[in-house]
Design a protein around this ligand. Structure first.
Ligand SMILES: Nc1ncnc2c1ncn2[C@@H]1O[C@H](COP(=O)(O)OP(=O)(O)OP(=O)(O)O)[C@@H](O)[C@H]1O
Ligand SMILES: [Mg+2]
Length: 280
């Protein structure tokens, strides 16, 4: 059963003449990671804001179609219910920091305090998250004095702290080095095992191929391709529409173009290795 479903969604921002999102339909299930990909301006963040109800309530504009959250229309939920079900980490981590807390520790605890969670429980939860997000050394620092990448990790920890069923991450690794990026993907894997719906907007396509179960490929406001990571990320149409494919996949597509045949197109080095080994 899907947790969220978009049914033929179209959306026009206020004062715009054309729809930014055009007839998008897709479903999201628990325990799966969804990669929302596509070039700049293709509508990924707009889709995120539709899923979390910020469109149309905050951005206004004209939304057509239907968003179902657990079989109930999204507009039937009040804002507080939505905020407890859907966690959202912003594309820009600078906008996420609350600005009212003086330490990383308090920043992560902030949302839990607002929900009235008992003190002992808050401490337990924050301690876990400091370890999970490798933030222990930064715990007493002011969130505003952190680097972009450190802010991004704090922002994400604050979202995960609230234990929402659905976690939307809009480019969570944009400011992170490769090591911290790998750490975030490990956390994404943990969230998946906890049966969350994870919606990930991400440009690092090799990691998307490795960690995402399903892919939604956006182009000019339309969902042009969707399906399993293998279905979408081995499809050369993605390239024609300005998207990216994993490096190994590109290499195999090139060989196929030159007339070679393979039973499977690999998405990662490990798969490529076993295909080539089988050839010997
Ligand atoms: N508040 C707004 N009012 C009008 N148009 C907007 C607004 N926000 C975004 N847009 C337009 O909607 C389109 C989709 O933008 P969106 O931010 O959803 O793209 P994106 O795929 O997230 O891009 P990026 O990869 O750069 O983050 C763009 O053409 C953008 O200019
Ligand atoms: Mg965006």
């Amino acid at each position: 059963m899907s947790v969220i479903e978009l049914k033929d969604i179209s959306y026009r921002y206020p004062l715009e003449k054309e729809d930014t999102i055009k007839n998008v339909s897709c479903k999201f299930e628990a325990g799966k990671v969804y990669g929302l990909i596509g070039e700049n301006g293709s509508g990924k963040t707009t889709i995120c804001n539709i899923i979390r109800g910020f469109i149309p309530s905050f951005y206004k504009g004209e939304l057509r179609g239907e968003v179902l959250l657990k079989d109930k229309k999204l507009e039937e939920y009040d804002y507080e219910d939505l905020a407890s079900i859907i966690g959202y980490s912003f594309q820009n981590p600078f906008t996420q920091i609350s600005g009212v807390k003086e330490t990383v520790y308090e920043e992560i605890a902030y949302g839990l305090e607002n929900l009235g969670v008992p003190r002992e429980e808050i401490i337990k939860r924050v301690e876990e998250l400091l370890d999970l997000f490798k933030l222990r050394e930064l715990a007493q620092k002011n969130p505003y004095e952190l680097s972009g990448g450190q802010k991004q990790r704090v922002a994400l920890a604050a979202v995960v702290a609230l234990d929402p069923e659905i976690i939307i991450m809009d480019e969570p690794t944009s400011q992170l080095d490769p090591k911290s990026t790998a750490d975030i993907f490990e956390i994404i894997d943990i969230l998946k095992k906890q049966k969350k719906v994870v919606i990930l907007v991400e440009h690092k396509i090799d990691l998307v191929a490795q960690y995402c179960d399903s892919i939604i490929f956006m182009h000019d406001g339309e969902c042009k391709l969707s399906g399993t990571a293998r279905e979408v990320l081995t499809n050369p149409k993605v390239l024609e529409m300005g998207g990216q494919l994993p490096q190994v996949t590109l290499y195999f597509l090139e060989r196929i173009k030159r007339g070679e045949k393979f039973d499977m197109i690999p998405l990662n080095v490990k798969e490529a290795y076993s295909i080539l080994k089988g050839e010997e």
